[in-house]
Design a protein around this ligand. Structure first.
Ligand code: NAP
Length: 285
């Protein structure tokens, strides 16, 4: 809502025009009757420090941080929270009392759809891929007290480096996803999470290698991709009777958590989800 009292929020990234955060956040801000405005701001990597200082000087209430700035922003912040420290990345900044506070709301965003699962155990979890988003999911699984986490990757050296930081909190191991040991892990998993871009628009016929003949019949499939809303992996899993979760809930969940940090108010997730779906319409292949 624009008025003399309007406070500013936004998202910085490079590029950033594709970001869905402005539609979600402005819908929730309007629904709450709050005097804020949220805009997308392209920031070149070399200008990141100047942008952070500039947004503080301009009196912004806060901002989201997206690719490629989520790691590099940390050096320009005064403090970061525990999730951001564990994940090694920040996606939300609060400007308060002349300081910049960094948060990572991706882990809480990932956990948001779990409210619908009921109380299912997470003794054995399998995660496909070990990039930036996977790290937030490892942190989320630690919060959720998962028993063991098996991570399937195409490059096991990179995968082992990615899981190393989390090994003091949970039994987490990286495997080449062609390995028999990984097949064994996937056959025991109650939750199978895809964090690779395999299946993302426009490559909607791709999917990570999952042998449906060996997975548990009650395994939940969670794909964090949100375009399309149902990836090929989820379509195949759903056809076989598995409970499936798409990436929109995580996207809304991380945005709602950021909204709450800036405004101190609960975000209307239904409004955010509706705005997201409207914006995504036409992007689905
Ligand atoms: P990232 O940092 O680039 O990580 C991607 C991971 O997938 C890496 O482990 C990468 O392996 C692996 N990978 C990529 N292409 C592959 C292929 N062809 N075969 C096998 N493995 C492959 O990306 P990210 O930021 O984590 O994002 C990953 C996906 O999550 C994207 O689709 C993104 O849209 C989605 N996402 C969703 C949300 C949400 O809120 N729902 C949030 C963040 C991200 P290498 O290291 O070997 O390349």
């Amino acid at each position: 809502m624009l008025s003399v009292r309007t406070q500013n929020l936004g998202v910085i990234g490079w590029p950033v025009a594709h970001s869905l955060s402005p539609v979600m956040q402005n819908a929730a801000l309007a629904a709450a009757g709050l005097h804020y405005s949220y805009i997308a701001m392209p920031v070149e990597p070399a200008a990141l420090g100047q942008a952070a200082a500039g947004l503080k000087a301009l009196g912004f209430r806060g901002f989201n941080v997206t690719i490629p700035h989520k790691v590099n922003i940390i050096e320009f912040l005064d403090e970061i929270d525990d999730d951001a420290r564990m994940i090694g990345a920040v996606n939300t900044v609060l400007c308060e009392d002349g300081k910049l506070y960094g948060f990572n709301t991706d882990a809480d965003g990932f956990l948001a759809p779990f409210d619908d699962f009921g109380d299912r155990g997470l003794e054995n979890v399998t995660v496909l891929g070990a990039g930036g988003a996977a790290k937030a999911i490892f942190a989320a699984l630690i919060k959720k007290k998962a028993g063991s986490v098996s991570v399937g990757v195409r490059d096991v050296t990179k995968g082992r480096a990615a899981v190393a930081l989390f090994q003091k909190y949970v039994d987490i191991r990286a495997y080449d996803w062609q390995d028999e040991a990984f097949s064994d892990a996937i056959s025991k998993a109650e939750l199978i999470v895809n964090t690779t871009p395999l299946g993302m628009t426009p490559h909607t016929f791709d999917m990570p290698p999952v042998d449906f003949d060996i997975v548990r019949s009650d395994a939940i499939f969670y794909d964090i991709i949100y375009t399309p809303s149902r990836t090929k992996l989820l379509q195949e899993a759903e056809r076989r009777g598995h409970l499936v979760v798409g990436g929109a809930g995580m996207l809304v969940g991380q945005g709602a958590a950021a909204f709450e940090i800036w405004t101190g108010r609960r975000a209307d997730r239904i409004v955010m989800e509706r705005a997201l779906k409207a914006a995504l319409m036409g992007r689905d292949a």
